[in-house]
Design a protein around this ligand. Structure first.
Ligand SMILES: O=C(O)CCC(=O)C(=O)O
Length: 292
């Protein structure tokens, strides 16, 4: 499937585009059963680790998972979809001709009844690159609706400033202070779409999502992609592993530079491991958290 020129224009103007029916139904079912197996296996885990970020209240008898880290390394189905021509054709159209590299992946569960919110942020604050041809693809494993925590975005904000994601005490906490930021949150739109849809959002786009107090889960698989000639500023990657993440295009040691606002996510927060952990340190929250 290819994007129409109108869809590409919309991504450039608004900073996001949603494409329905991109994930084949058989693959969606395989992803859901791979996810169910991973949640079942989380009974063996008591604290966050390399695979799991756990919801408050998780116990072996009552497993509650907030995020699967790097799902493309956990089950082949998550690896296969990001390499499919349908996905790479779209991502190439958005990121340009140099090629596509996987930066990372995650699966945010947002379980029915308690799934945690994600405070407003810009992905760029977490992983700035030498140019901003960087995006995240959301794969809707379930319907995303107004009441089950669909992602909220501020259209056009990818062209605006990089907001402060630091705590007043000086460390990076990965969340924007809703009062100090001056952002007009009434402009937010919800990326509601049926299961099988995929969204693509620019790394500088403002976004967040509310707690899921509905009785339906909202599992969202996310792949982070960078243009092949965008080099990460935060870390010096191990070269062989970095090259293995090149999904399309040619390897190059000549990154493309573009003047973009950058603020490195340092010093690191006292609690690290996932966005949920670092955001739990934020002084003020936008999204309410109900009792689990
Ligand atoms: O799961 C969501 O609704 C938001 C995800 C997100 O923005 C993130 O994990 O960086």
């Amino acid at each position: 499937m290819r994007l129409t020129p109108e869809q590409i224009d919309r991504y450039r103007r608004d900073g996001f585009v949603v494409v329905e029916d991109l994930l084949p139904e058989a693959m969606r079912r395989r992803m859901k059963s791979a996810l169910a197996e991973l949640v079942e296996a989380s009974r063996a885990v008591e604290t966050h680790d390399q695979v799991y970020d756990l919801e408050p209240g998780h116990t072996p008898a009552n497993p509650r998972v907030r995020r699967i880290k790097k799902p493309h390394l956990r089950n082949g189905v998550f690896d296969a979809f990001m390499r499919s021509p349908a996905v790479l054709d779209i991502v190439s159209a958005l990121l340009g001709p140099s090629g596509v590299r996987l930066h990372g992946s995650k699966l945010n569960l947002k379980a029915a009844g308690y799934g945690s919110p994600v405070e407003w942020h810009q992905d760029w604050a977490f992983y700035p690159h030498t140019n901003d041809d960087v995006c995240a693809m959301g794969v809707y494993l379930d319907d995303a609706t107004q009441d089950n925590g669909a992602m909220l975005v501020i259209p056009g904000s990818h062209d605006g400033p990089l907001h402060d994601h630091h705590h007043p005490d000086g460390y990076f906490c990965g969340a924007i202070d809703p009062e100090r930021s001056g952002i007009d949150f009434s402009r937010a739109v919800a990326l509601t779409a049926p299961a099988g849809a995929c969204s693509f959002h620019h790394a500088r786009l403002l976004h967040g999502s509310a707690q899921n107090l509905s009785d339906r889960p909202r599992n969202l698989l996310l792949y982070e992609f960078a243009a092949a000639d965008a080099y990460p500023l935060r870390e010096t990657p191990e070269w062989t592993a970095y090259e293995a993440r090149l999904l399309r295009g040619e390897s190059s040691v000549t990154p493309r530079l573009k003047a973009c606002p950058v603020r490195l996510p340092f010093p690191p927060p006292p609690r690290e491991g996932s966005i949920y952990e670092s955001q739990s340190l934020a002084e003020r929250r936008f999204f309410a958290v109900g009792a689990p």
